[in-house]
Design a binder for this molecule. Structure first.
Ligand code: URA
Length: 238
């Protein structure tokens, strides 16, 4: 090593030591704490949080976490995440299946034809979208509106659970097979589940047919109305 380089190194080391001594006098124990683990992503954090009592403090905080989700391949084709919408203190939460094309474009649940029918059902129940909260089992659109796959449902499950934990509604209505089977952890067909009260985490849950099914099978409208009358009755008594 040349004399010049030796003196330069000596100078840098002396300066560094002086800075460290200064910092120690200021009470710093160590200067650059090295992480002992890989940093945890927000989504991983949420997955961990589901098994612990921690809950994001607000729906906005949860939505921020969900907005970066890449837990399943649906993230690759989505235009917008459809997180959910409505009153975060709603007495009633309605849970659908997954966003369709229009929902994926707008980032808002039930804005297509099925959504228009859902609006009519809510109107008949004397409820508005602003009063209730509407979300889906999946937050991203499955391609060509195919059925949600088990791995997609499993990836999205913590988000739905956290939404329900934050809202703590008095009642839940599930729309269609997937939402009922997911929240009730059953394989029972929707035809058997609907019309009867069930429970999700102590919250009364009424499964009913999906509005998209009603568009194809208008004869299902009457049983849905029977189910909704039961919901209205409970809401008026609580
Ligand atoms: N169908 C659903 O289940 N959810 C939507 O948001 C739209 C259509």
């Amino acid at each position: 090593m040349s004399d010049k380089l030796y003196h330069e190194c000596h100078e840098v080391i002396s300066q560094g030591r002086a800075i460290l001594e200064d910092l120690q006098q200021w009470g710093f124990e160590s200067v650059i704490p090295l992480p002992d683990k890989e940093p945890v992503s927000a989504v991983d954090q949420l997955q961990q949080d589901v098994s612990t009592p921690h809950i994001p403090k607000s729906m906005a905080e949860l939505e921020t976490i969900v907005s970066g989700c890449s837990l399943c391949p649906l993230c690759e084709q989505r235009n917008k995440i459809v997180f959910g919408a409505g009153n975060p203190q709603a007495r009633l939460v309605l849970v659908g299946e997954a966003p369709g094309r229009e929902e994926d474009e707008k980032g808002y649940p039930f804005v297509g034809e099925a959504g228009k029918l859902l609006d009519k059902i809510l109107l008949a129940m004397h409820l508005s979208r602003e009063e209730v909260y509407i979300c889906n089992v999946l937050k991203c659109r499955p391609p060509d509106n195919r059925d949600p796959q088990p791995d997609e449902i499993a990836s999205c499950e913590p988000f739905l659970k956290q939404q329900l934990a934050l809202i703590q509604p008095e009642l839940i209505v599930t729309l269609g097979r997937f939402a009922a089977q997911e929240l009730l952890k059953t394989k029972e067909p929707i035809g058997k589940l609907r019309g009867n009260w069930h429970e999700y985490e102590g919250i009364p849950l009424m499964p009913t047919f999906h509005p998209a099914y009603l568009l194809r099978n208008p004869s299902g409208k009457r049983p849905v109305w029977e189910d909704m009358k039961q919901v209205m009755q409970r809401l008026s008594h609580n």
